[in-house]
Design a protein around this ligand. Structure first.
Ligand SMILES: *[C@@H]1O[C@H](CO)[C@@H](O)[C@H](O)[C@H]1NC(C)=O
Length: 353
């Protein structure tokens, strides 16, 4: 009885927020009610699909992003690896099955400002004229080669080849440590487009975890940059929307923005250091896209929590809010995981196990 009332409540609220809701039922008891066997949850297909606790496929695929093309196919893009500058995987549905593609280089030419090495965290959007834009981070050439800059590149189809935009990087900020981890966001309320990215202050390298624990500790702000309809041309300057605190450790990074069906904005971001167990996924919520973003009280995912993963981070939301991709440590390096997002009435954003 209680279950059917809560199901009814869920169904009603579903039409308000547009997400699968676990209203009135604590997340933990909801999952317990499914009577799965904990020992098999991490190794088996759960409810006809892969669990968030299991990699989408067993391969190094770090800092993933996710995109649905016009034909309905889903694509994920990742940091260099497996012999590719930009890695790409494909699936017929967001929860899989995912397949790593052995495709021609998506970004065969490097922009003039980059070395062509250390290409990180690519993300793809389709803009209003039907073309595709890739945002990526690449090592700066010349005197600032210890830093990265953010590039844009465009293509006529999702698998490219992508042609780097001419001229300077989209963002670099070499006095503050460079810039990395760009992703695009179209605000459904205003139709405006933005790019969020991180000023890579920890690469200035004072020392300690991720180079940014020993004094002087440098800021690593997440910036919001409005762009024109082409997704590439900047409109005005960037606005900082979140920066690291003592509690975050060396940094915040890997921003991804999503507008919830109730009109508010969720900013997913990682903190800790990517190369140890402190790396984790967090979120913050705002009423306006420019903030202020209010941090959730607890990390969304961290090492050893109910998912049982190590260093879960680098999360990115699908533009339609249906899913979140992220990476966690695995024998191959950092593997991609994918999960359905749940948002409850208390602004608690969790993943379906
Ligand atoms: C460069 O980064 C610093 C943060 O370290 C920030 O205050 C500043 O606004 C940034 N400048 C530009 C042009 O993005």
């Amino acid at each position: 009885m209680a279950h059917s009332i809560s199901t009814l409540l869920s169904t009603l609220l579903l039409s308000v927020l547009g997400y699968h809701l676990v209203s009135g039922v604590p997340i933990a008891s909801h999952h317990a009610a499914q009577q799965r066997h904990p020992s098999t949850a991490r190794t088996e297909i759960l409810h006809g699909r892969r669990s968030a606790a299991v990699p989408a496929f067993n391969s190094n695929f770090a800092d993933p992003s996710i995109f649905q093309d016009t034909d309905g196919q889903w694509y994920a893009f990742a940091t260099e690896g497996n012999g590719k500058t930009v890695q790409v995987a494909r699936a017929p549905a967001v929860l899989g099955p995912w397949e790593l593609l052995d495709h021609d280089d998506l970004l065969p030419t490097s922009p003039s400002w980059a070395t062509g090495k250390y290409t990180w965290a690519p993300a793809v959007d389709r803009v209003d004229d039907g073309s595709y834009v890739m945002y990526y981070s690449a090592q700066l050439d010349g005197e600032y080669s210890r830093f990265h800059g953010i590039g844009t590149a465009t293509a006529d189809s999702v698998l490219g080849p992508y042609t780097p935009s001419p001229g300077k990087p989209f963002a670099a900020n070499v006095t503050a440590g460079g810039a990395i981890d760009a992703s695009g966001f179209r605000d459904g309320k205003t139709g405006k487009r933005y790019v969020v990215y991180k000023v890579d202050g920890n690469s200035l390298g004072s020392g300690g975890s991720c180079g940014n624990v020993d004094a002087p500790v440098h800021p690593t702000p997440i910036m919001l940059q409005e762009v024109e309809a082409d997704g590439v041309t900047r409109l005005g300057g960037p606005t900082p929307i979140l920066d690291r605190t003592e509690d975050d450790g060396p940094l915040v990074e890997a921003p991804s923005l999503l507008r919830m069906r109730d009109g508010r904005y969720v900013l997913f971001y990682s903190s800790g250091c990517f190369n140890d167990a402190s790396y984790r996924t967090n979120y913050a919520i705002a009423s306006e896209v420019t903030g202020p973003y209010v941090r959730a009280k607890q990390a969304m995912m961290k090492s050893g929590d109910r998912l049982g993963l190590a260093a879960p981070g680098g999360a990115a939301a699908a533009a339609d809010g249906s899913a979140l991709v992220f990476h966690a440590d695995c024998p191959q390096g950092r593997c991609m995981h994918v999960s359905v997002l749940n948002v409850d009435q208390d602004d608690v954003v969790t993943l379906e196990e």
